[in-house]
Structures are given as structure tokens and as C-alpha cells.
Write a protein that binds this ligand. Structure first.
Ligand code: HPA
Ligand SMILES: [Zn+2]
Length: 329
């Protein structure tokens, strides 16, 4: 049995495996510019975040109906459960779908139906985080939020993703203010490709409770001190960082330095269908590449529940499971 963990940084569209992409393309009569799943997998070689996002958005074309979104989320939850994930906080990008004419209700209700069944079917509790595309306008984010209002009972938080450089967090101050007013949690991608100043801005201007990625905080010792002091969770995604060339190799990954600096780091998969692994694959990869011992892995798993938006009672129960876990030799 894998180490129990929470996954806090997962884009549901990034869990679209080539086999499901082809099945949905056939179901919906959507042409794909690839002859086979092997040919599609060959396209998974990225120079940077943008080259990945181009393919990620192109493949969303196969997602059209409520059932498609349901099937996508159910497939992710099944795989996650097999990797020890007991709780998943799942990003979705409504603008990637509404821009293609798919109503936001189709997206949220389809995902929501899979999430409703997740605890019973897969033993995984869930939260849904609506993410704004930062390379689109502040007005588009506001319109997206307004159109989501009838479905907000299914949404626990808001996030910010897509191309980071040139799109500082402060651009989204107003929509984050409205989200806070609606009682939603707030997180944002910052410091993946963007500068450490974006991390500070996300904290101070958007009021985020967690920072997604946050790697580049290491360039600013005063910021590291602050993140450590305030125990701001950072949702680190090791395999993603290598595939998107934020770090050269896994052996160069700063995860251990981040732990040693007293940061509340968690390990996550980001876009597992594209980056070569789900949650436990990321744990195994850093254990191997960085020589992490069992107690460090246990700390990372405990951090994932501590940093989650679970209620305190469930959080305590999951932390007890982590503490009682016996590692196989
Ligand atoms: O890793 C990512 N970074 C930014 N935006 C994203 N959207 C999906 N994955 C990512
Ligand atoms: Zn991400």
C-alpha cells in the first residue's frame, strides 16, 4: 500500500491520458492531428511552459459533454487512489472550455458528478478549485467568475494558472476580492517561471493561502524566511519541473533545500498524463533522485494534509494514518 497523501496541485485537464483523448475524440467526432496514441505521446517533449500549454489546450477540444468531464475526473481519481491519494484538490480551467463554446455548467456539473462519487468509489475526498487563465484579461476572469456563481456550491477555491511571465498576480486583484467575499479559498501559481516578486504579490495582493510551485522563492532569502515563518504551503511538482525545464534534472531539484529551509512543501503531479507520473510516482522519483529517507517522505505526506482545505477532524484522521504508516523494505 502506498503512503497515504493528499494531492493539492493537479490540473484535471492535465490528467487526460492519450487513450482517453482518442476515445473522447471518437465519441464526439472531433478530429485529432495525431494518428495514434504513440504519435501523440511523442509530442510530449517540451521546451518550456508555453510549449506544453499549446498541446494541453489543443487536446481540451475532445472534452465536450458533461459525461466527458465526468469520465476524465473519474479516471484521474481511480489512478490517484491506486497511488495512495486519499484527498485531492483539483484545478479546472473553465476558460479553456467556455472559449470553445462549452457552457461552464457542463464543465462543473460533469466534474462535480465524478467528485460526488469519489469517496464511495475510490476512497478519495475532493475539493474543486476554479482556476483563471492569467494570460487572458482580468475582465475575462471576472466574467468567468460571474458565470460560475450558480455552481459555486461545488467550488471550494480559486486559482491562477497558464503562462506566468508578464502576467503578474495583481492583475487579478478584483476577482480574488470577489472570491474571498464569496467565502472561497485562494491559491495561485507563482514562481514557476515567474520571478520571486510574483510570489510576494500573490500573498499580499491576492491573499493566497498556498502558493503553487513557488520554486523561485529560493532566489530571495528574505522571501524564504517569510514563507518559512508564516508556514505558507508550497505545492511543488518535481516531474513537472523537469519536463518543463524549470530544473535541469531531478537530481538538481531544490526540494531538499526547501525542506531544510523550513518551508512547508508538498509533492504533487501537476499534469500527470503529460509529465510522466501521478502522485506516488513523484514521491518515488524524488526519493530515488534526492535520496530522501522514509521519515522525510512521511513529513511530505503529513504536509500534504496539513496544507489541505480539509476540515480539522478529517485532517487529524489522515495525519494519524500517515503517522501509523509502515514503509515496506
Ligand atoms: O504547470 C502549469 N503551470 C501553469 N499553468 C498550468 N496549467 C496546467 N499546468 C500548468
Ligand atoms: Zn500547475
Amino acid at each position: 500500500m502506498p503512503l497515504p497523501k493528499a494531492e493539492l496541485h493537479l490540473h484535471i485537464e492535465g490528467s487526460l491520458e492519450p487513450e482517453l483523448a482518442f476515445a473522447l475524440a471518437a465519441r464526439n467526432g472531433v478530429p485529432l492531428p495525431y494518428a495514434s496514441t504513440e504519435e501523440l505521446r511523442h509530442a510530449y517533449s517540451f521546451r518550456d511552459l508555453q510549449s506544453f500549454l499549446d498541446l494541453y489546450y489543443a487536446l481540451t477540444a475532445v472534452l465536450r459533454t458533461e459525461d466527458d468531464f465526468h469520465d476524465l475526473a473519474d479516471a484521474y481519481l481511480r489512478r490517484a487512489a491506486a497511488q495512495g491519494v486519499r484527498h485531492a484538490e483539483i484545478f479546472f480551467d473553465p476558460q479553456a472550455h467556455t472559449s470553445r463554446g462549452v457552457p461552464i455548467g457542463t464543465v462543473i456539473e460533469g466534474l462535480g458528478r465524478a467528485l460526488d462519487q469519489a469517496e464511495h468509489r475510490h476512497g478519495v475526498t475532493t475539493r474543486l478549485i476554479l482556476s483563471f487563465l492569467r494570460d487572458q484579461s482580468a475582465e475575462s476572469a471576472l466574467a468567468t467568475f460571474e458565470s460560475a456563481r450558480p455552481h459555486l456550491h461545488r467550488v471550494h477555491g480559486v486559482g491562477l494558472d497558464s503562462a506566468e511571465v508578464g502576467h503578474p498576480p495583481a492583475k487579478f486583484r478584483e476577482v480574488y476580492r470577489l472570491a474571498a467575499e464569496a467565502g472561497l479559498h485562494r491559491v495561485a501559481h507563482a514562481g514557476e517561471e515567474g520571478p520571486p516578486a510574483y510570489i510576494t504579490e500573490a500573498l499580499d495582493e491576492l491573499g493566497v493561502e498556498r502558493v503553487d510551485h513557488g520554486l523561485r522563492c529560493l532566489e530571495d532569502p528574505a522571501l524564504v524566511d517569510r514563507l518559512a515563518r508564516e508556514q505558507v504551503p508550497l505545492t511543488v511538482c518535481p516531474l513537472s519541473n523537469v519536463r518543463l525545464r524549470c530544473v535541469d534534472t531531478l537530481a538538481d531539484h531544490p526540494l531538499r533545500r526547501m525542506i531544510d529551509a523550513g518551508l512547508l512543501v508538498t509533492v504533487n503531479s501537476d499534469d500527470p498524463a503529460y509529465f510522466g507520473g501521478y502522485a506516488d510516482d513523484n514521491f518515488a522519483a524524488v526519493r530515488e533522485a534526492l535520496g530522501l529517507d522514509d521519515e522525510t517522505l512521511r513529513t511530505l505526506a503529513a504536509n500534504s494534509f496539513t496544507a489541505s482545505f480539509l476540515d480539522e477532524e478529517t485532517k487529524a484522521a489522515r495525519l494519524a494514518e500517515v503517522a501509523a504508516y509502515t514503509f515496506a523494505d
